[in-house]
Design a protein around this ligand. Sequence first.
Ligand code: AMP
Length: 206
Amino acid sequence: MRHCIRGPDLTPTAVRLLLLAPPGAGKGTQGRRLAAHFCAPHIATGDLLREQVAAGTPLGIEARRYMDAGELVPDLLVVSLVGARIGADPPLTSFVLDGYPRSEAQAEAALEWGVDHHRSLHAVINLRVAAHDLVERILTRRRETGRADDDAATLGERLRVYESTTAPLLDFYRRRNILVEVDGNGEPDVVFDRILEALDELGLRS
Ligand code: AMP
């Protein structure tokens, strides 16, 4: 594992990233690596939601219906969950968001939060992987982890939801000049190096 990148005063350089990609593209794997590299918390809404489901909280019980169907959990629930995680007092200065925002309403909420708190995103990383590889990767994960929503039927719905509701955010961030598109095919190490190279071009490596 690489050492965290630190600024001249030895505090970690503030870096705010978002991984925006379809299910199975490697958001979790690359998100954890980026978080370690930049000494930033990895905030994966899927993980946060699964924790709520496992703990049987009212939010978890409500969210589960949507997750089991491969649909998006309502925006208000997700925005409040993320707000509680990054909006603490004082708000986090660095984070790697994984799987949030995922709808236009969430993107607008995140944009407004960033402007209000001087914590706008530095880069949005899109991992590009061919559709048939996504299905193969997810079904392999299902065999390895038994994750409930990785079955073939739910996956089809998750991919449809990505295309209809999440993929339009690519343009949202492209228009703001912070979208970084990276080839997500290949070994995790290779993909990670591609991401760092792309971030370097934005002046974000060190
Ligand atoms: P993931 O682990 O990112 O694949 O997310 C698993 C499931 O959690 C998704 O299929 C959604 O049901 C739900 N989920 C995760 N992130 C979000 C989000 N930002 N907005 C709405 N639902 C979400």
